[in-house]
Design a protein around this ligand. Structure first.
Ligand code: SF4
Length: 363
């Protein structure tokens, strides 16, 4: 039976991380002298919505103690612009911490990618970080968070950071969920740990923190995600990404097929993205017929940035939508309406441009 450990983190993360690994049966996976890649969720957008630095440091230290010959932390952020990413990393202050541990950081965007063409469910061409394919062991290290398109963004989705910047948006256009499953067929982390010290509810970058002080760990990324979802009060069999990954043979997603060890699983229901949207914007009408998840994500970003300055009450997206007058239309799919409607160009439009339009278009 697949095993997933749930481990309480008291003051120090390091002993808790080692305990989580031992309980999950991960000791011994890293062979002496092996190259280990630690892949956090360092999204470049919000530190609070990122895997915490102490957890990343604990993973690096554990990998070294297990006998790794080289430990690398690798990530490719959301493409939000070089300056914003630099600001994000300098605010995080990872350099000094990793340097002390003798660990190298690799920005995947500046490193080599291996090109894959015409793979089922993937864009016609994608580039995957060479390090993620060459590493002897990958320690996959996401944060416990909800997500607008996937319901939860955990181990399976965390691998999107291994893609070239341009491929990340293409995933939304071809179909995010099947593309994530296809990516997980190519990149296969052997160790999967969810940082659930402070989870995030309501939104995946700018939501509210939920202190749980837990690590959720195992070898099977689907099972670890299933326990993560259950921890957030979601039934894993009702999470489409988990169901699809299980059907693809990537792991097991039914809680009854997973042995949980360590602390008991006590769900704390996380507010879903759509619930937060309704709570914060009860008057907002969203017409969405056929939009891909990239436009949905841009709207979420825009609403967050616009906050209380929003003046627009009606938004449309997706190529099959027929927006009424005075509706703000998003994206290239609705360019036929640009001459007659307030609109945001782009495919997808940027979150900041959407925020600006949300604050101005209704004036
Ligand atoms: S305009 Fe929006 S919905 Fe249309 S393809 Fe582009 S990102 Fe997707």
């Amino acid at each position: 039976m697949t095993r997933v450990s749930i481990t309480a983190v008291k003051e120090d993360v390091q002993p808790a991380f080692a305990r989580a690994m031992e309980r999950a049966g991960c000791d011994g996976i890293i062979a002496h002298g092996a190259r280990a890649l630690v892949k956090p969720n360092w999204n470049g957008v919000a530190i609070a919505g990122s895997t915490s630095l102490p957890v990343v440091a604990a993973a690096c230290q554990w990998a070294t103690e297990q006998g790794a010959g080289e430990v690398i932390v690798g990530e490719g952020c959301v493409p939000v612009g070089k300056q914003r990413i630099e600001d994000y990393y300098s605010q995080m202050g990872y350099r000094e911490r990793l340097r002390k541990l003798g660990v190298r950081f690799v920005n995947f965007d500046e490193d080599e990618h291996v090109i894959f063409c015409d793979q089922p469910d993937l864009p016609p061409e994608v580039g995957i970080a060479g390090l993620a394919l060459d590493a002897d062991v990958i320690v996959n290290l996401p944060l416990l968070k909800v997500h607008s398109c996937c319901l939860a963004t955990l181990c399976l989705k965390n691998l999107k950071g291994c893609l070239r910047p341009q491929d990340k948006m293409e995933f939304h256009r071809v179909g995010l969920l099947p593309a994530i499953v296809a990516l997980n067929r190519i990149v296969r982390p052997q160790i999967n740990v969810i940082d659930a010290i402070n989870g995030m509810e309501g939104e995946h970058n700018n939501g509210s923190l939920v202190p749980l002080n837990l690590l959720i760990a195992g070898r099977d990324p689907v099972a670890v995600d299933a326990v993560g979802c259950a921890q957030m009060g979601m039934a894993p069999e009702e999470v489409p990404l988990l169901r699809m990954a299980a059907e693809a043979g990537l792991g097991v997603h039914r809680i009854e097929d997973i042995e949980t060890v360590g602390e008991p699983l006590i769900p704390r229901r996380f507010e879903r993205v759509q619930e937060r949207l309704k709570r914060l914007c009860p008057d907002l009408q969203i017409l969405n017929d056929g939009a891909c998840s990239a436009c949905e994500a841009a709207l979420m970003d825009g609403l967050y940035v616009a906050g209380g300055s929003r003046t627009v009450a009606s938004v449309a997206m997706g190529k099959h939508s027929a927006p009424a007058p005075r509706t703000l239309v998003l994206g290239k799919c609705l360019q036929d309406y640009w001459p007659s409607h307030a609109h945001v160009k782009g495919c997808p439009p940027s979150g900041h441009a959407v925020a600006k339009a949300l604050s101005k278009a209704g004036e």
